[in-house]
Each structure stands twice: as structure tokens, then as C-alpha cells.
Design a protein around this ligand. Structure first.
Ligand code: F0G
Length: 484
């Protein structure tokens, strides 16, 4: 992609100041945050690439829509607008709004999984798998092998390996498999897409055996763009057409609107089966709120209804992914090891390749994300062994093949100059990579530990100000309350 081919189809109307900090300030901040970038305050960050979730800039249309919020408890007109957007753009007739993606995952898991069931999926995602496990299910990774190889150039590394899926079906029987969860794109594989052909193959396979197919549609628009760019016979279709066709090959979807749909909060569960919808609406009242608001204000529903339509505009999606590619290609040119092909929402640094001096037990990706913050004030996120957590049966750390740091690009937020600063920061850290120290846990929460865990450098004294015990108590309390 040439550097100027993806200029943003918008201009800036409102700005939010950001500030650079000094290196010694950042050294203190990361220590107090237990070397976990999730525990930094946003004011301590210069360029925030922690996540693309809920960090988008909304359009003037969306802000105008916020003023049209109908805050009625039941039957808000914004719900019907959202329902229409989802029907038009994704094609799911029935919609249950949720406060965010994991709210929809919770409902779906409770609805379909019986304890002892098995749920195949194309690589795990943290919250998705946890909800499946909490409902009594066991997740099985059926993604193609290439997805676990950061250097493989397979154009659809998110694809499901039908032979792996078939092996799970043979082992446990179709009756113990309530659905196959297909993520489009696959976040933890590096934002990698699934091909239309693969979606079709999975759909045909599952239909023949009475197994449902549920999409994780969180970044489905980005997936549709990759299909348009890469898949034979798809180049002359619009992203909107491709997205509809993708969804047609599923029974339903969970959605985190905080990504593709350009909003700061919101999600939904989309379904077609009326009997299932009635049950889902009933569960929604227990966990989210009435089925016409699902934990959201009317204004949030409206912003999402508008964001969904903006997200499938060709020039928008082209510039969105163009910006991610711009950063990725700058890093590649400098020899920094990244996951290839470059993904849709983020550039993933291959921490295992970059820091071969650190064993996996010292969490190289966590250490690299902390070091990048100290180097430059750029906040990234670990996506490796810390995110993978422990095996619920054995209690041992899971060590996934990929040990990555994610530079996640918020939508419509940063400029090309910001991407240049990020590239220069990563490159300068890369040149001094042997100086990065390994980390050890000093606090490990039970669920989704990566969000709140605290670390200290291996071999370094873990004392901040005062005795170690006081420090540990303080970091624990900080993890729980956010107060220092
Ligand atoms: N599915 C995928 C593929 C996701 O990336 C996320 C969130 C969710 C589901 C859950 O949605 O956050 O709205 O509850 N991913 C964020 C991230 C947290 O940073 O990748 P949520």
C-alpha cells in the first residue's frame, strides 16, 4: 500500500490535548502500575495504543444522534433505529443490545452451553473463552496451524481447519457441540481474517450435522475488507455486500460495538431463531437490562446505529486499515519482527523473537510493553502468556505459541505523525532490546489476570517506598480500587 493512498475521509473538528512525560516520571509510573500497562492512568500516557476498544472518535453525525437519545425505559426509538441498522448491515433479524461484547458472550454461553459441552473456535479470545468455561463448556482451538506462526504469510490465517473441527466432532459427538464460534477477524492471531470460502465450508459442514455457527462479529467489517482485497472473485463486491454474505453463513453473532461500530460503549447479540430470541431476551433482563436497552442509554444505542452505517463506507475502512499498514510497514522496513501479514486493527510485535534472552516464564511480551512505555510514553498491550492465563484443570500457566505485544490503533483518533513517533520509538527500543528485563508476578487475580496483575522485575528488589509487604498491600489495593 503506498503511503498516501489511504488519506482519511474526514477532517478534524474537535481536539483533545495530550502530553509527553519525562523518562524518570514514566519509570515511576510503570513501577507503581506493577509493570502492567492496564494499570497506568491515561494521563500518564502519550500515545495510547492499548486497545481499539471503545477508543474511537465519533463523527459529528453520531454526536448529533446522542442528542436524539430517547431515554424511555422501554421501547426507546433508538432501539428500533439500532435494530434497523443491524438488520440492514448485518442481516440478523433479532437483536438484543448488551452493554458490550462480553455481555453478549455471557448471554450466548448461558443460552446454548450445557455443562460438559465442547465449543470449537478459531483461537481463543480471553472473555469469549472465559464465558464458555463459566457456563461449563470446554473450548477447543481449531484454527489452521499457520495462525500460530508469526512469520507465515497465509492470506487468511484466521481460517478454521476443517480436519481439526472434524476430529473434535468425532471425539465428542455433534450433540455435545452447541455451536462453533468463528471470530472474524481473529484478534489474538494478529487481527487475521477468515476467507469467505472457509466460512462457507464451515457453514456447510455444521449444517449437515446440526451444529450452529456463531460469529464473533466484533471486527467483521475489517474482515470483509480483507476478503475484498485478497480473495479471488471478491474484488468487485462492496465491503457491505461481503459483510452481509459473511453473516448469512451463520446462525447469529456476538458483537462488541466498541470496535468496528465506532462507539465508546455498546454491543449486541444477533439471532434468527425466534425461540432462542425469547430465551435470550429473558436472560437479558436478568443480566443486562430490559431487552430494548441492554444496559445502554438511548443515546448510546443511537450512536451505535449511526456508527454501524459509517463503518461499512469503503473510503473509511480503506483509510482505517491503511493507517495500520503504514505503521506495520515502517516497522518491517526497520527489521522489527512483527506478525505477518499485518492485521486489521493492530500491529503485533513478536516479543519472543525480539527478546530471545528472556524465557517464557519471565513474560517477554509483558516486559516489552512496559519497556516501550518507559522508552516513549506509548502504551501497548501484552498478548501472550499473561493474557492466556492458567489452565482451569491443572492450574498451570498456559504458554501459547504467540508471545506478542499489540500496538492497537484506535479508529479516527491519531494522525500519520503519531504513527511516525510510534515507529521511531519501537525501532529505538529494538536497537537496545537486550536491555529489557524479565518480569515476575507479585499479584495475580483469578479471572482475566492480564487486566489487573502486578509484576516486578526478576531479580530486582520489589520495594517501592518502604517495606516490601507494605508495597504489596498497596499494589493489591490499587488493583482493586484504582487508588494509590
Ligand atoms: N471478541 C473480541 C474478538 C474482542 O476483541 C473483544 C474485546 C471482545 C469479544 C469482548 O468485547 O470488550 O466489548 O466486552 N476486545 C478488547 C481488546 C478488550 O482490547 O481487544 P468487549
Amino acid at each position: 500500500m503506498s503511503q498516501r493512498s489511504w488519506a482519511e475521509p474526514w477532517k478534524i473538528k474537535v481536539v483533545e490535548p495530550i502530553h509527553m512525560t519525562t523518562r524518570s516520571e514514566r519509570e515511576r509510573h510503570i513501577r507503581v502500575a506493577g509493570y502492567n500497562t492496564f494499570l497506568l492512568r491515561s494521563d500518564e500516557v502519550y500515545i495510547d495504543l492499548l486497545t481499539d476498544s471503545g477508543t474511537s472518535a465519533m463523527s459529528d453525525r453520531q454526536w448529533a444522534g446522542m442528542m436524539m437519545g430517547d431515554e424511555a425505559y422501554a421501547g426507546s426509538r433508538n432501539f428500533y433505529n439500532l435494530e434497523k441498522s443491524v438488520r440492514d448491515v448485518y442481516g440478523y433479524e433479532e437483536l438484543i443490545p448488551t452493554h458490550q461484547g462480553r455481555g453478549a458472550e455471557h448471554l450466548l454461553s448461558k443460552l446454548l452451553i450445557t455443562p460438559g459441552d465442547h465449543v470449537p473456535g478459531n483461537m481463543y479470545f480471553t472473555t469469549t473463552r472465559l464465558h464458555q468455561e463459566l457456563a461449563g463448556g470446554t473450548f477447543h482451538d481449531v484454527i489452521i496451524d499457520e495462525a500460530h506462526d508469526p512469520a507465515s504469510l497465509h492470506p487468511f490465517k484466521g481460517n478454521i481447519d476443517l480436519a481439526k473441527l472434524d476430529a473434535i466432532v468425532h471425539e465428542y459427538g455433534a450433540a455435545r457441540i452447541p455451536y462453533v464460534c468463528v471470530a472474524v477477524t481473529v484478534n489474538l492471531a494478529g487481527g487475521q481474517p477468515v476467507s469467505m470460502q472457509n466460512l462457507l465450508d464451515v457453514w456447510s459442514y455444521c449444517r449437515a450435522r446440526g451444529i450452529k455457527v456463531m460469529l464473533d462479529a466484533t471486527r467483521a467489517v475489517e474482515n470483509a475488507w480483507f476478503i475484498q482485497q485478497r480473495e479471488v472473485g471478491m474484488g468487485d463486491r462492496t465491503v457491505a455486500e461481503i459483510l452481509r454474505r459473511m453473516c448469512d453463513l451463520s446462525d447469529g453473532a456476538t458483537m462488541s460495538g466498541k470496535k468496528d461500530s465506532l462507539v465508546n460503549i455498546g454491543g449486541w447479540l444477533g439471532l434468527r431463531d425466534k425461540a432462542l430470541v425469547a430465551k435470550a431476551q429473558n436472560l437479558a433482563v436478568v443480566y443486562e437490562g430490559l431487552h430494548t436497552y441492554g444496559g445502554l442509554a438511548g443515546r448510546d444505542l443511537e450512536a451505535m446505529a449511526i456508527g454501524i452505517r459509517e463503518s461499512v463506507q469503503e473510503e473509511y475502512i480503506r483509510s482505517r486499515i491503511g493507517q495500520v499498514y503504514y505503521l506495520g510497514e515502517r516497522l518491517q522496513d526497520a527489521g522489527v519482527p512483527i506478525v505477518t501479514p499485518i492485521g486489521g486493527h493492530a500491529v503485533f510485535l513478536d516479543a519472543a523473537a525480539m527478546l530471545p534472552h528472556l524465557p517464557r516464564e519471565q513474560f517477554p511480551a509483558q516486559a516489552l510493553a512496559a519497556a516501550l512505555y518507559v522508552e516513549s510514553g506509548v502504551r501497548a498491550m501484552e498478548r501472550g502468556a499473561v493474557s492466556a492465563g492458567r489452565d482451569p484443570l491443572t492450574g498451570h500457566n498456559r504458554y501459547p505459541k504467540l508471545e506478542l505485544v499489540r500496538l492497537t490503533i484506535p479508529r479516527r483518533v491519531y494522525t500519520q505523525a503519531h504513527m511516525d513517533v510510534v515507529a521511531e520509538s519501537v525501532i529505538s527500543l529494538f536497537q537496545e532490546r537486550e536491555k529489557v528485563h524479565g518480569l515476575q508476578f507479585i499479584y495475580e487475580p483469578e479471572y482475566l489476570r492480564f487486566f489487573q496483575a502486578q509484576f516486578a522485575p526478576v531479580g530486582a528488589p520489589v520495594v517501592l517506598d518502604g517495606p516490601a509487604e507494605a508495597y504489596h498491600a498497596a499494589v493489591r489495593s490499587f488493583a482493586l480500587t484504582g487508588r494509590r
